[in-house]
Design a protein around this ligand. Structure first.
Ligand code: 5RP
Length: 227
């Protein structure tokens, strides 16, 4: 295999370490993004080697990649709970609180994470932050509520920017808009999460404050949440 850049290699090693936790018969949630793609590839290899598992996807892109990797997929609409979910993140603080959603899959990712017995988060070193808010916080918004929610988000103290690609709004797999909110350092993430959840028209937000149980950063660093 051609040599990978150090951060990309960390993603691969984190993903492979997490996939090693999967046991026969498990129902596994598969995350979205470039790090999760390494996990899908690693799980595909284990399945080809005889591991019997089933999985659900957190996005249409992940569904397609998992099917191509030979993984037996279920429709999450028919599933109440998964054994574990493996997913990436954009920022993770020392208390294993995270920001997710740069890939636009935050809503399905949060639902599957909530259903999971354990969430294994896989990252490279660049994702570790001392405080959340280094980058934007993605918020998924019903198109009908775009202007109303944008104004309310600004009133919460951020700079809300509609995510656009090639001149058109980016739509989530549910057909919703994504608004990236630059808050700067987030001093009270739980209070912010409550405020966002209370806004009608906000379908989801990228603060994952208690979902992550275990962090894999590269192949070496492992951290378990104190419960
Ligand atoms: C998608 C996500 C991703 O997990 C997050 O953006 C990390 O992506 P990558 O592994 O490509 O850096 O939350 O909605």
């Amino acid at each position: 295999m051609a040599s990978l850049s150090p951060l990309i290699d960390q993603k691969r090693r984190a993903a492979e370490a997490a996939v090693a936790e999967i046991e026969p018969g498990m129902l596994v949630g598969l995350g979205t993004g470039s790090t999760a793609a390494f996990a899908i590839a690693a799980l595909g290899r284990r399945v080809a080697g005889g591991l019997a598992v089933r999985a659900v996807a957190t996005s249409l892109a992940t569904e397609a990649a998992a099917v191509a990797a030979g993984i037996a997929m279920l429709d999450f609409a028919d599933v109440a709970a998964v054994d574990l979910v493996i997913d990436g993140a954009d920022e993770v603080d020392p208390a294993l609180r995270a920001i997710k959603g740069a890939g636009g899959a935050l809503l399905r990712e949060k639902i599957v994470a909530e259903s999971a017995g354990r969430m294994l988060c896989i990252i490279d070193d660049s994702k570790r932050v001392s405080q959340l808010g280094r980058g934007p916080l993605p918020v998924e918004v019903l198109p009908f509520a775009r202007r109303f929610v944008t104004d309310r988000l600004a009133a919460l103290g951020c700079e809300p920017v509609l995510r656009v690609r090639a001149g058109a709004p980016v739509l989530s797999d549910q057909g919703n808009l994504l608004i990236d909110c630059r808050f700067g350092p987030i001093d009270a993430p739980a209070a912010l999460a409550d405020q966002l959840a209370a806004l009608p028209g906000v379908m989801g937000h990228g603060l994952f404050l208690r979902e992550i149980d275990f962090l894999f950063c590269g192949g070496e660093l492992r951290q378990e949440r104190d419960r």
